[in-house]
Design a protein around this ligand. Structure first.
Ligand SMILES: NC(=O)c1ccc[n+]([C@@H]2O[C@H](COP(=O)([O-])OP(=O)(O)OC[C@H]3O[C@@H](n4cnc5c(N)ncnc54)[C@H](O)[C@@H]3O)[C@@H](O)[C@H]2O)c1
Ligand SMILES: [Zn+2]
Ligand SMILES: [Zn+2]
Length: 366
C-alpha cells in the first residue's frame, strides 16, 4: 500500500509499504479521507520528536476492511472515524474516564507503537513506527478497535475525518474540557482546524461572545463563518484592550490553539479573574509558558487538553448528529482536497498549511 513516510527531519516521501494485518482487538481500515493536522507538520519538521521511520497521518476516516480476533464493536463495511484517543480501557486514568490520557496509550504512542508495545507497520524486513496509533496518511491503517468509532453513513467521511484529531480536539476543548457556559464570552487564539472547531464547540455550548484572534485574514473570515462574533489580528490590533472593551472584565474562557511563544500567555491575559484557560496548541515540544503569579491568585485557572479530552465513542457520533442537524458547520473547515502524492509538499517547511483544513482524499471504491 502507499503511505507517507517520514525517514528523517524534513524528509517525507510516498513509499510502497506492506499492508498491515490486525491483531487481537484491532481493525484494518481502508482510508477514505485523512486531514493534514499541524502536528503532522511539526513532527515532519522535528518540533516534536518521533521514532523513525514513521508513517504519518492521524486524522483519518474510512471503511472497516477486516476485524481482528475479539472485536465486536465494528463490522466490515462500517464507516469509522479513527480517534487519536488511544485507550486501554482498564488503567487508572481510563477507569476515571480520562481516556485521552490513558496510561498505556500515552506510554506507547510517543514511541510509535500500538497498545501492546509492538508495531504493525513493515516494509519487507524493516519495521516502521506509527503516529498516534493510526498512521492514516496511508491507504490502510490498523488501529485499536477502541479508536475506531463507528459513525452514521449519511454523513460525508470528509466531515467525519476532521473529528479524528483537529476538530475533535477544538470541539472537545470547549465542550468537554472547559465546559463553556451558556451566555459566556470566549477568546480563541489561533483559528486553524483546531481553533475553528473550538469556536464551533463554544457556540454549541451557548457562548454569546466569541472573539477570534489570528494574523491570517482568511482564517479570521473562516472564524466568523464558524460562529465568532469578533475577529482580531494580533499583529495589528490591541487584542487585550479590544477583549476588555467587548467583555467589560475579560473573557470567561480562553483557548490557545497555536502553542507558539506567548500565545497561551495572551489567552491568559484575556480572561477575567476566575476565568478558565485551555492550552491546546504545541508548536514545539520545548516551548514553555510564563504566567504572572498575581493573576493566578486572582483565581484564573490554566489547564490543557489532549484530543479535547473526548470520550470518542460518545462525543464523535454526537458531534456528527449536530453536524447533520446544521448546528456544527464542519464543512467550513475543509479548505482544499488533495491526493496522497501532495503530502510531501504540504508538509515541507517552506509550504504553510492552507487556512482551514487540507484533506487528503484516497482514490478507489469504498
Ligand atoms: N492538544 C492536542 O491534542 C492537539 C491536537 C491537534 C492539534 N494540536 C496542536 O494545535 C495547534 C493548532 O493546530 P491546527 O491543526 O489548527 O493548525 P493550523 O496550522 O491549521 O492553524 C494554526 C493557526 O494559528 C494561526 N496563528 C499562527 N501564529 C499565531 C499567533 N501568534 N496568534 C494567533 N494565531 C496564530 C495561523 O494563522 C493558523 O490559522 C498545533 O500546535 C497543533 O500541533 C494539539
Ligand atoms: Zn492532530
Ligand atoms: Zn488506559
Amino acid at each position: 500500500m502507499r503511505a507517507a513516510v517520514l525517514r528523517d527531519v524534513g524528509e517525507v516521501a510516498i513509499e510502497e509499504i506492506d499492508r498491515p494485518v490486525p491483531k487481537m482487538g484491532e481493525v484494518l481500515v481502508k482510508l477514505a479521507v485523512t486531514g493534514v493536522c499541524h502536528t503532522d507538520k511539526t513532527m515532519a519538521g522535528g518540533g516534536i520528536p518521533a521514532a523513525l521511520p514513521l508513517v504519518l497521518g492521524h486524522e483519518g476516516a474510512g471503511v472497516v476492511a477486516e476485524v481482528g480476533p475479539g472485536v465486536d464493536s465494528v463490522q466490515v463495511g462500517d464507516h469509522v472515524v479513527l480517534s487519536i484517543v488511544v485507550s486501554c480501557g482498564t488503567c487508572y486514568q481510563c477507569q476515571l474516564g480520562n481516556l485521552s490520557i490513558c496510561e498505556v496509550g500515552s506510554a506507547m504512542s510517543p514511541g510509535g507503537l500500538m497498545l501492546d508495545g509492538t508495531t504493525r507497520l513493515t516494509k519487507g524486513d524493516e519495521d516502521l513506527y506509527s503516529l498516534l496509533g493510526q498512521s492514516s496518511l496511508a491507504e490502510y491503517a490498523v488501529v485499536s478497535a477502541r479508536s475506531a468509532v463507528p459513525v452514521r453513513k449519511d454523513v460525508p467521511l470528509a466531515a467525519a475525518s476532521l473529528l479524528a484529531c483537529g476538530a475533535g480536539t477544538g470541539y472537545g476543548a470547549a465542550t468537554r474540557r472547559a465546559q463553556v457556559a451558556i451566555g459566556s464570552s470566549v477568546v480563541v487564539v489561533g483559528c486553524g482546524g483546531v481553533g475553528l472547531a473550538a469556536i464551533m464547540g463554544a457556540r454549541v455550548r451557548g457562548a454569546t461572545t466569541i472573539i477570534a484572534v489570528d494574523p491570517n485574514p482568511v482564517s479570521r473570515e473562516l472564524a466568523e463563518k464558524a460562529g465568532a462574533t469578533h475577529a482580531f489580528d494580533p499583529g495589528k490590533d490591541r487584542v487585550l484592550r479590544e477583549v476588555n472593551a467587548i467583555t467589560g472584565r475579560g473573557a470567561d474562557f480562553g483557548f490557545d490553539a497555536v502553542g507558539a511563544q506567548g500565545t497561551v500567555e495572551l489567552a491568559f491575559q484575556c480572561v477575567r479573574p476566575g476565568g478558565d484557560v485551555v492550552a491546546i496548541g504545541i508548536d514545539d515540544a520545548t516551548n514553555e509558558v510564563e504566567l504572572d503569579l498575581y493573576s493566578l491568585l486572582m483565581q484564573k485557572r490554566v489547564t490543557g487538553t489532549f484530543a479535547g479530552s473526548l470520550i470518542p465513542q460518545i462525543d464523535i457520533p454526537a458531534a456528527l448528529d449536530l453536524y447533520a442537524d446544521g448546528k456544527l458547520p464542519l464543512d467550513v473547515l475543509i479548505s482544499e482536497t488533495y491526493p496522497l502524492d501532495e503530502v510531501p509538499r504540504l508538509l515541507s517547511p517552506d509550504h504553510p498549511l492552507p487556512p482551514g483544513r487540507a484533506v487528503i482524499s484516497f482514490e478507489g471504491d469504498l
